[in-house]
Design a protein. Structure first.
Length: 307
């Protein structure tokens, strides 16, 4: 009986020894987590574990040269960035550094600064939270914590601004949408009909037909169309001539338009670029089909009323 107990104790001792021999060291565990993060870079919880474990390692893991290169490049780009696009490029460089060294504290802080400049406040806040997971001095922690509060304020203002912009865009689009339908211009005994079609904030006003003083009706498919977009309380765009009315096609004349308060009257002003004409030997007016010269004319004003 005693012999059996001794054998059991020996087996248990060997099992404990074998388990201890195969247990991973903290550094091995950390290296394994870093490898896992390569396949799941968006796993924030895993990233936080890597940062926490790295702080406990002695000596602390070094920053590879492959990570320092994009980091230094990112710092340089961020200093010279004059717009959100430049700041986004800097953020991408810091991301490259962190893909290699996810325990790189300065890369998180600098990426937060880059994202702040790029207007990516929520992502910047996430980076500051990760930065706060490192061992920092009291001053560093205070500075980082206050930066996060400031970023939250920026995010709040950004959300409010976007809400206002979305509201304004929706109102502008709604106003343009109400313009769909038929519009009529009466000028010098000629009545022309125009069809308005809208897409979002864009308005397409196409000539449909015109009726002369004698009652003759003609199709106006060759006239052309206005292509306008809501801008600064009015409409702005171009007038594109029809393919049959002129020999030289594809020209666009700058156009602006205003809509009355009741939405029933549209004033369209165009600086038309006509093609030069000449009179042939038979006294007929001909288009200069060879040179296709464009002659700017005085502004052409047309007042349309909603039918």
């Amino acid at each position: 009986m005693k012999t059996t107990k001794n054998i059991t104790l020996i087996i248990l001792g060997l099992f404990v020894f074998a388990s201890g021999a195969h247990a991973q060291s903290p550094r091995e565990q950390w290296q394994q987590l870093v490898s896992q993060l390569q396949t799941t870079p968006t796993d924030t919880a895993l990233r936080e574990r890597i940062i926490k474990l790295a702080a406990e390692l002695k000596p602390a893991p070094a920053i590879p040269e492959e990570a320092r290169e994009p980091f230094v490049m990112g710092v340089t780009v961020l200093k010279k960035a004059s717009d959100p696009a430049g700041a986004s490029k800097a953020a991408d460089l810091f991301t490259r550094a962190l893909a290699i060294a996810p325990w790189f504290a300065d890369a998180y802080y600098n990426r937060a600064m880059a994202r702040e400049t790029a207007g990516q406040y929520e992502l910047a806040i996430a980076d500051i939270k990760l930065y706060l997971g490192f061992k920092l001095t009291d001053n560093e922690r205070r500075e980082a914590q206050d930066k996060m509060y400031a970023l939250k304020a920026d995010a709040l203002l950004g959300t409010a601004k976007k809400t206002e912009q979305d509201k304004a865009a929706a109102e502008k689009e709604h106003r343009v949408q109400k313009m769909q339908g038929t519009w009529i211009d009466r000028h010098d005994g000629l009545v022309s009909y125009w069809t308005a079609q809208t897409t979002g904030e864009a308005l397409r006003l196409s000539a449909d037909r015109y009726v002369t003083a004698s009652g003759t009706t003609n199709l106006s498919g060759s006239w052309g169309e206005f292509r306008l977009k809501a801008e600064n309380g009015g409409l702005k765009g171009v007038y594109v001539e029809g393919t049959q009315k002129r020999a030289c096609t594809g020209r666009e004349s700058p156009t602006r338009a205003t809509i009355s308060a009741d939405g029933r009257e549209l004033t369209v002003i165009t600086t038309v670029h006509y093609i030069d004409h000449y009179v042939n030997a038979n006294g007929e007016t001909q288009v200069d089909r060879v040179n296709c010269r464009h002659s700017p004319q005085p502004e052409w004003r047309m007042i349309l009323r909603k039918q």
